[in-house]
Design a protein around this ligand. Structure first.
Ligand code: SF4
Length: 216
């Protein structure tokens, strides 16, 4: 749960460094974090980047956890998903992605986490608008998949991996992609197609060449 808050706008490697520091000092528990003076908490979150903001947000989350759930994270695992999600969204600094990350990864609740990789993939596949809202994208998964936390976890992990290794932002590696046959982006006519141009592709699928101008 702490990791979900620290992960905002930084790499997971930085989050791990901050978590490791907290763990080494025996501070990775709700009680220890909650009793730590905010200045000391701020200093310990430094490896995670934007640490002052994250200290305030983590403290706000802990305030909520102790005020509503007696400081017991397990209660987030057994409560009603919709209620818990609304509670979290009311905590300052916790948006939909962080709330869903806390609930899925931290509490094992069956809620789908949407991120930039997810939005890009759905838009390219033609399953959602490029500017679709978080709520619309999440609703798509929630409506079409069984509520299975382990599956949601794996599903999202695979989307992230696909986005990093193949469906990259600037230059997607479409050739050999297992989703190529159903991908609106790859099928878009080009040259001159704005999506293809944006991807930096040198030639287009129509010419049988999906190569790009350069590696990302
Ligand atoms: S075919 Fe290309 S754009 Fe489509 S999902 Fe695969 S990598 Fe992404």
């Amino acid at each position: 749960m702490v990791g979900a808050i620290l992960a905002q706008n930084t790499s997971w490697r930085n989050v791990e460094r901050a978590l490791e520091r907290l763990k080494t000092e025996g501070l990775l528990s709700p009680g220890a974090l909650y009793t730590l003076p905010v200045e000391e908490l701020t200093e310990r979150l430094r490896p995670a980047g934007t640490y002052r903001v994250k200290a305030v947000r983590l403290r706000a989350f802990l305030d909520y956890l102790f005020r509503v759930h007696a400081g017991d994270p397990q209660r987030l695992a057994i409560g009603d998903l919709k209620t818990l999600r609304n509670e979290l969204l009311a905590v300052p600094g916790i948006g939909p992605e962080t709330a869903d990350s806390i609930l899925l990864y931290g509490a094992g609740q069956p809620t789908f986490v949407v991120d930039g990789y997810t939005a890009r993939l759905l838009a390219r596949l033609g399953l959602a608008q490029e500017k679709a809202s978080y709520q619309a994208l999440r609703a798509l998964f929630m409506a079409h998949l069984p509520p299975d936390a382990a599956m949601f976890n794996e599903y999202h992990a695979l989307i992230v991996r696909h986005g990093k290794e193949r469906c990259r932002k600037r230059v997607p590696r479409c050739e050999g992609c297992p989703l190529l046959g159903g991908c609106a982006f790859a099928a878009a006519p080009c040259p001159g197609d704005p999506l293809a141009m944006r991807a930096g592709r040198r030639l287009c699928r129509a010419s049988g060449d999906l190569s790009a101008d350069g590696a990302q």
